[in-house]
Design a protein around this ligand. Sequence first.
Ligand code: GDP
Length: 300
Amino acid sequence: MATFGNLSARLTETFKNLRSKGKLSAADVDGTVREIRRALLEADVSLDVVKDFTGRVRERALGDEVNRALNPAQQVVQIVNEELVGILGGEQRRLQFAKNPPTVIMLAGLQGAGKTTLAGKLAKWLKGQGHTPLLVASDLQRPNAVTQLGVVAEQAGVAIFAPEPGNGVGDPVKVARDGVREAEAKHYDFVIVDTAGRLGVDAELMRQAADIRKAVNPDEVLFVIDAMIGQDAVATAKAFQEGVDFTGVVLTKLDGDARGGAALSIRSLTGRPILFASTGEGLDDFEPFHPDRMASRILD
Ligand code: GDP
C-alpha cells in the first residue's frame, strides 16, 4: 500500500537513528517522540489522535519495559507497533451476521467515496464464501447510480433489486424496504443497500440515510470513507456518526499515494471498528481489515 509510503519512510529513519544508541536517555526518547509526532501530522492524522498516541508512546518509552530491555531501541519500535495496532482497533472485527437471514448491510458515505464499487466487492466476496447477496439500489440521487450498481452486480455475478426505470419510483426508503422484502421472499441471505451520497455532508442526505436505516433495521451500517480525504475525515465521520450512527467503517482508496491519515484517525475519532479495506478499482481489490497487518505495513 503506497498510502503510507512517506509515513513509513519517516518512521524507519527515526528508528534507524535510535538503533545506533545503546541505553536511551530521556532526551533520546523525547527526540524520537517528536519525530513520530511530526511524521503523523504530516500524514494528516488528526491532532487529537496524534497527541494521545505520542503521549502513550512517550510514557511507555520512558518506563521500565524499555529500561530493562536488552535492546531498548527495539523495545521502542515494539511499543510504537503495539500502539499503532491499538489505534487501528486492536483485534480484527468481523462482519456481524443476522441470527435470522437475511443479514442487512447498509452503506453510507460521501459521493465518490466508493460505495457502489464497494457494494460489488462485498457481494463478490460474500458470494465466494457461498452466500447469496442481493444488491439494492437506493441511490436514486445520481441519474447513473442504478445503472452503475447494475454493472457491478453483473461483474460480481449477483442479483440486484432496483426501481424500474421511468416508472416514477423515486422513494429510496421504499426501494430499500421492498429490497429487503424481496430478499426475505426469495431467500437471499445478505442484502446490501447502496444509498445516495453528496459531495458534502448535507442535512437532507442525512435524513434520507436515517430514514432508510429506520426502515430496514440493518445488522451493519458501514460508513465508507476515502482514506485520502485527509483532515476532512474528522468532520465527515462525525457528521455521519451523528446522522446515521454507523456500526463500522470501510476505508477505500488505500492504494492511493496520498497521506492516508484518515485510516489512522477514524477508529479513535468514532470508536467504531474498521471492517474492510478497499485497495483499487477492481472488484477483487478488497480485504477484511486486520489492525496488526496494517501496523506492520506502516512499520515495514
Ligand atoms: P460512490 O459515489 O460512493 O458510489 O463511489 P463509486 O463507487 O462510484 O467510486 C468512485 C470512484 O472511485 C470510481 O471511479 C471508483 O472506480 C473509484 N474507486 C472506488 N474504490 C476505489 C479504491 O479502493 N481505489 C481506487 N483507486 N479507486 C476506487
